[in-house]
Design a protein around this ligand. Structure first.
Ligand code: GLN
Length: 488
């Protein structure tokens, strides 16, 4: 039986002839079939993935040219990342979310007319894209309970949520349905589901990875992120997908180092942490206890680890929800039923009524809540009270974080204040759901890279993680320290 442990080992197995790409894809197709009830995949590209695997096997036999960095690596994509000629819907009815038809195939959804830059780069590196993955509608949510396709189940405890919004991407790696997956992280949507599922999740610096072909939620926060089982795999993926892109002017021209080749670094580092986070009334006591203990252990291992005063936790979630909903209300105005996607079947409506009917039926409850909230905070009477004020919080927070990075290499936080909760538990209390993001939104407000490392197990049986943040474009040192921490 095929067992995946890392890309490097898989490539060695391929070279030795112990496995073929076709066998690897067959293995995943079978696993996906056996775990269908988890609802991680929206669509599986079975025939196409097998054909691609066959081509790669043949190419390898010929020996020339040398295999790509992701040769035969089986990858899943969140349903917000465009793949030319493949349906995409952001798990929303407004993009004609597609459902199985009577013949067992998926109904037609909106089809991408081009591929995201990240997809082009995966394909150029010879990856095999096996399917696309369920998520919260338009990446809005923390539990994957806001999807037109229904909930995703956490494979470790099916009564619990996998986190969100990239819940399908997290479960696909957690349950061994692909080797690695891509999600998007606007306020924690890679790190928090990684935490809930016990895997690694990386959000790169804003501007490290192109957003071209990523369906927008909040454009000044959105970033493509990576789910994996080990740091070298994540490093390899990052070096493939990151770097300048003529289609996204917000991507930095900075050098994109070969992360996977430079992962060893034994020097002691300087870590900051916030007592205000660990003593926060909302954080699970066991999570706080284990992270404090871990901090003490880091000191014993020779690192400098110090508390820094940080009284921002009451402001960051509100600032995040004001700014992201404002951006979302603008970004989502394009879904009006005129050019593409769902349109109301009601006949003879005048234009405004047509929009109303289309958008009322096409968007789900949480998306509508956010469009209304975003429209409200941008409205002329309230603009200064909410939007401008939240922008000020963002600016001041960035300055505060820059001061911290003058003296420290990393900031340590929990990823989530609690472990994966039960399905339905927070569904009817949006504020409680939003507070799940208290430790993750900071990295998006400031634009810094952050990673969630599954180092702990709670007495309730669920995993939980340490979150490490670094300064802008310091992914290399972030991956270096992460590689050490997960191996200790
Ligand atoms: N949970 C956050 C939200 O609902 C994060 C979403 C995200 O990162 N896409 O907005």
């Amino acid at each position: 039986m095929f067992v995946f442990s890392s890309i490097e080992q898989y490539h060695a197995q391929l070279q030795e002839g112990n496995i073929t790409c076709v066998q690897a894809v067959e293995h995943y197709l079978q696993r996906i079939h056996l775990t269908k009830h988890l609802n991680a995949f929206i669509e599986v590209y079975a025939a196409e993935a097998l054909q691609k695997a066959k081509n790669l096997d043949e190419k390898r036999k010929l020996g020339e040219p040398p295999p790509g960095k992701l040769h035969g690596v089986v990858i899943g994509l969140k349903d917000v990342i465009c793949y030319k000629d493949h349906a995409i819907s952001a798990s929303s009815k407004i993009l004609n979310a597609r459902f199985p038809t009577d013949d067992g195939t998926n109904g037609r959804g909106f089809t991408s007319i081009y591929s995201a830059t990240v997809v082009e780069r995966l394909l150029a590196a010879e990856a095999i894209i096996i399917g696309n993955l369920n998520c919260d509608e338009f990446a809005m949510g923390s539990s994957n309970e806001n999807s037109a396709y229904g909930n995703v189940l956490n494979a470790l405890d099916e009564t619990r949520v996998p986190g969100g919004s990239s819940g399908g991407s997290a479960v696909a790696v957690q349950a061994g349905l692909c080797m690695i997956s891509l999600g998007s992280d606007t306020g924690g949507s890679v790190r928090q589901p990684a935490d809930f599922c016990g895997i690694i999740g990386l959000k790169p610096t804003y501007g490290r990875v192109s957003r071209y072909g990523l369906i927008a939620y909040a454009s000044s926060f959105d970033q493509v992120g990576i789910f994996g089982n080990n740091i070298p795999d994540i490093a390899t993926l990052l070096e493939v997908i990151a770097g300048p892109d003529e289609f996204d002017s917000t991507v930095s021209q900075k050098e994109n180092p070969p992360y996977s080749l430079e992962l060893s670094n034994d020097q002691p580092f300087r870590f900051a942490y916030f007592n205000e986070a660990l003593d926060h009334p909302g954080v699970d006591r066991e999570i706080a206890f284990f992270i404090k203990k871990y901090i003490e252990d880091l000191k014993i291992k020779g690192h400098e680890v110090k508390p820094v005063a940080f009284d921002w936790f009451d402001y960051i979630v509100p600032a995040y929800y004001v700014l992201t909903t404002a951006e979302a209300s603008s970004n989502l105005s394009r879904y009006d039923g005129v050019k593409y996607g769902y349109k109301t079947p009601m006949p003879n409506l005048e234009l405004t009524e047509f929009y109303k009917q289309t958008r009322s039926a096409g968007f789900g409850k949480e998306v509508k809540r956010r469009i209304m909230l975003g429209t409200f905070v941008l409205s002329s009477g309230y603009y200064n009270a909410y939007f401008t004020r939240a922008q000020k919080v963002r600016k001041l927070l960035s300055e505060k974080i820059q001061l911290i990075f003058r003296d420290f290499d990393f900031i340590l936080l929990p990823t989530s204040p609690f472990t994966a909760f039960k399905a339905g538990e927070k569904l009817h209390d949006p504020i409680a759901m939003y507070l799940a993001d208290i430790y993750t939104v900071m990295a998006n407000l400031v634009g810094i890279p952050a990673i969630s490392l599954p180092l702990f197990k709670h007495s309730n049986g669920m995993p939980f993680s340490l979150q490490v943040m670094a300064n802008h474009f310091n992914e290399l040192s972030l991956l270096q320290i992460s590689n050490r921490l997960v191996q200790q």
